[in-house]
Design a protein around this ligand. Sequence first.
Ligand code: PLZ
Length: 449
Amino acid sequence: MTATQDPTTQTTARRLTTPIPGPRSVELMARKHAAVAGGVGTTMPVFARRAHGGLVEDVDGNVLIDLGSGIAVTTVGSSAPRVVEAVQAQAAEFTHTCFMVTPYEGYVRVAERLNQLAPGDHEKRSVLFNSGAEAVENAVKIARHHTGRQAVVVVDHAYHGRTSLTMAMTAKSMPYKSGFGPFTPEVYRAPVSYPFRDGGLDGAEAAARTLDVVDKQVGADNVAAVVIEPIQGEGGFIVPAPGFLAALAAWCRDNGALFVADEVQTGFARTGAMFACEHDDVVPDLLVTAKGIAGGLPLSAVTGRAEVMDGVHAGGLGGTYGGNPLACAAALAVMETIEEEGLVARAREVEALLGGRLRDLAARDPRVGDVRGRGAMLAAELVRPGTTEPDAALAKAVAGRAHAEGVIVLTCGTYGNVLRFLPPLAITDAQLHEAFDVLEAAFAATPGE
Ligand code: PLZ
């Protein structure tokens, strides 16, 4: 197997051979600045050369521990052996025909697997796209077509993408929306359940607050869909209080609207279930997936009730590249890897290990105000001790120190004060411990104010 012969996998630990960034990364970054549009930011000033399992090797030979999975994409690990093999084999057969011109089996097999895996035992259909935002857009198109209504309800702290419609659905102005308006109409925002900042509202109370806004400001009869991330990603890894999602889904059922789960970040074993909705026993009408579905190849999907999905006229859904054969081959390999390697259970092990260490840290360091998340989607929200006042500077400083020591860690949150952990599930316990040791040292080295 090519993947296991790779030098990176022979190193099982972090290895720093130069300061971070090293000279070759510095050189490439200068070329990036000269050639790539300035609007494209980077978390780390380090260029990747190869990545496997829980490690990323940079162009200077430094080996970094990956707690980001390229923003929750390489859940099975980067260049996972089955994915590499499947993509290589497919590339040799054909790279593209366009499913809308001469279809191919891989697309149908991915749809069949998605229909089996998605929550609920009703009959389902799936349609494939390229990016998360594109799938969210199409879920809205399908919901509008089905209901004959226009209003889309989203919540505070939501992230759904950067295209025109999904930018309107995303909550945070800077950097996602600022200067890019006007925003598409018929998108309405309501409060979410955010236990750390909700002053003790339980799930039912938070849902009542949300639905009151929807009823009064949108009108139940106008709502095509409520679109929500079961655990909010970019917004801060916010896990809603128990019962919140179920109450929203029940309201949708009672009012002829569709409940759309955006599981772009939470899907495919990431949270210790195949889909995060399962933790709350919620069956979405439409399930939106991307990221982890195909191990790094661009693929996204909408999976939903057959009668809803089939209601759209032939030719109403599609796109040149949607369900590209390489991406489909990768997705089938990802699903096999999750099953064969027991990665849903592995995500729960990661939760126990990393969650345990995060809680220990929070017990010692009052700047860690909240530890939350599920599976291998965990976060620490940083605040000024004894308050809920966000401390974004601390998150930035700790992440920066971890980066300099060879640990890839991301921040998120409306207030920029959340450290988030999204390790690939191929990461070893030793790598997780080592990365967390670095993180603890980064906290210790960052003085409080
Ligand atoms: N829905 C829940 O998390 C993508 C964004 C990174 P695309 N999140 C990472 C960035 O800064 O652009 C995301 C998500 C949820 C939709 C999307 C959008 O998915 O594949 O980036 O379009």
